[in-house]
Design a binder for this molecule. Structure first.
Ligand code: AMP
Ligand code: DBH
Length: 562
């Protein structure tokens, strides 16, 4: 039982009162905290293994104790309930301990992605007024402590840098740098009930893939996220026998809560954390740890399938389900999962904004292979509409609108964008073009948002174009998706240039690298044309450009063919 008053954060869009009441009455919102669901399992099975990270195996009790230490550490640093901290860690047990710590005392983690750099982290810290930032020491060739210090220099609210790994050798610092490890051994003194969040308190801020510039923040409350996880657990049949392989970034909604790591913890199961989804290691881990469910994006599923076909790396006797989501899985690829990996496929079409669709484990193969499933909750409202907002008949492509008990009504501190992304009746417009079949399953048929989905990593076209416009001589810029057999899409930048200029891809990369942009957003091809085509109303005609790059790639392939 919690004893704490509600913590409110300015900039959160609530559900209308009428809906809140409806969701409570129907029992969708149970007024529990995320931590309490884990606490239940700690009591029930203290000695069962909750988390495996390399040689580290933590029982439920050990993980819970680590997270209590970590929570105390945050409190000792004067990080208080309602405060935001930017959390950027690789897949490791400390990510889970720290996330649970936050959830237990109402500190709000902002779930940054490991690929983010100065540009994104500064934005996230500033938009959320974060009081701290948590990073690993290094990531390949990047010193993230340095990046965190730059964030602290630019964002006055950031008072602490917590480092997972070694502290930086430098001593010019904008914010004190402390080691996360010290937090794992702090003796907890706080009283759980004094801090336990209420159901309607903010649990975490997730990142939207974003269509307009930098990522938007999505507020997830304890009530809505608990429900999200419980529904996903039910549909994916997570239980105490589940061994979940997390290879995607843990901070992503898919691997965190659909059902993901939190789902496994809610169910009393186990999570095996890997730092990367590289096929050799992932497939070996499945056998070695008796993994029953793994989650990936289509590009990774494809790599696993190819690796298994060539090397027969694993027996896969324990693997019951392979969840695939994040970007559209081609039907031909979907059809190869079961024959080659020997496990059932579950397609997941979700969004950090809420709505999660899944194929059911006992669906006919035709549904599993050709659709992206249906909502996980009976309370999810779905509408498929034409340009005027009128519903289209089943079988006809249209824009997806959704509302429901775990789909918030607005982004965090983004009033202007909210007016466009949400209808007056509170429906979220995801920007996906879908076909609803008469059986209720959705097929993702395209998108009407200006985003490039690079193997599940989302890139906002506008953000890339803004960088291009910083270069002298760029007249007009248009970022579009180019088809790719592995990632589905890659980023191609079209520009037209002013007379006398010769812009190169290196110029673009230099500007983006100087700004500290995540690598996955760097354009992989530059096409210079005389004039960027526009539509009748004067907007950039991206369809023509997408067709153009498709033709170019096709012609190049033909020229290269023997
Ligand atoms: P985000 O807002 O970053 O969580 O990204 C969610 C978006 O990812 C969705 O709106 C879709 O555009 C895309 N997406 C997620 N899963 C799938 C899927 N299975 N098939 C196609 N697109 C997907
Ligand atoms: O792409 C996504 O954001 C996504 C994919 C699958 C997601 O948020 C989810 C499942 O929950």
């Amino acid at each position: 039982m919690n004893t704490r008053a509600r913590v409110t954060i300015e900039g959160v869009v609530p559900w209308p009162e009428e809906f809140e009441q409806r969701y409570r009455k129907a029992g969708y919102w149970e007024e529990t905290s995320l931590g309490s669901h884990v606490a239940r399992q700690v009591e029930r099975r203290p000695d069962d293994i909750a988390l495996v990270d390399g040689p580290t195996r933590l029982s439920y009790r050990q993980l819970w104790d680590k997270s209590a230490s970590c929570a105390q550490y945050l409190l000792d640093l004067s990080i208080a309930p309602g405060d935001r901290i930017v959390l950027q860690l690789p897949n490791c047990w400390e990510f889970v301990a720290l996330t649970l710590a936050c959830l237990r005392i109402g500190v709000v983690p902002v779930m940054a992605l490991p690929a983010h750099r100065r540009h994104e982290l500064t934005h996230l810290a500033s938009l959320s007024d974060a009081t701290a930032i948590v990073v690993a020491d290094t990531d390949r060739d990047t010193d993230l402590r340095e990046v965190a210090q730059q964030v602290a220099a630019e964002v006055p609210s950031v008072g602490t840098v917590l480092v997972h790994g070694a502290l930086s050798p430098r001593d010019t610092r904008y914010a004190p740098e402390l080691t996360l490890r010290a937090g794992m051994d702090t003796t907890p003194r706080f009283v759980e009930a004094d801090y336990e969040p209420n159901g309607s308190d903010v649990a975490c801020l997730l990142l939207s893939g974003g269509t307009t510039g930098l990522p938007k923040l999505i507020v997830r409350t304890h009530n809505d996220y608990v429900y999200n996880i419980l529904r996903c657990n039910a549909v994916s049949r997570f239980d105490s026998g589940t061994v979940y392989l997390g290879t995607l970034p843990s901070s992503h909604n898919f691997s965190l809560a659909c059902p993901g790591i939190l789902g496994a913890l809610f169910a009393g199961g186990r999570t095996v954390m890997l730092p990367s989804p590289a096929p050799e290691r992932a497939l070996r881990a499945i056998d070695a740890e008796g993994v029953t469910v793994a989650a990936t994006v289509p590009a990774v599923a494809q790599a696993w399938i190819e690796h298994q076909r060539e090397h027969h790396t694993y027996t896969g006797t324990t693997l019951r389900v392979l969840q695939v989501g994040g970007s559209r899985m081609p039907d031909e690829l979907a059809a190869r999962v079961e024959p080659i990996l020997g496990t059932r496929l579950q397609q997941v079409f979700g969004m950090a904004e809420g709505l999660v669709n899944m194929t059911r484990l006992d669906d006919d193969p035709e549904i599993i292979i050709t659709t992206q499933g249906r909502p996980v909750s009976e309370a999810d409202e779905i509408a498929v509409v034409d340009e005027k907002g009128d519903p289209v008949p089943d079988g006809t492509p249209g824009a997806l609108l959704t509302r429901g008990p775990y789909t918030p009504r607005g982004y965090f501190r983004a009033a202007e964008h909210n007016a466009r992304a949400f209808t007056a009746e509170g429906w979220y417009s995801s920007g996906d073009i879908v076909i609803r079949r008469p059986d209720g399953n959705l097929v993702v048929a395209g998108r009407d948002k200006d985003m490039i989905n690079r193997g599940g990593e989302k890139i906002s076209a506008e953000e890339i174009e803004n960088f291009a416009y910083q270069i002298d001589g760029v007249d007009m810029a248009a970022a579009v998706a180019m088809p790719d057999s592995v990632l589905g899409e890659r980023l191609c930048l079209y520009i037209s240039q002013a007379a006398g200029h010769e812009v190169t891809l290196d110029d673009i990369l230099a500007v983006m690298n100087a700004a500290g942009v995540a690598r996955f957003k760097l354009p992989e091809r530059l096409v210079i044309i005389d004039e960027i085509p526009t539509t009748k109303v004067g907007k950039v005609d991206k369809k023509t450009l997408r067709d153009d790059i498709r033709d170019r790639l096709m012609n190049e392939r033909e020229t290269l063919a023997p």
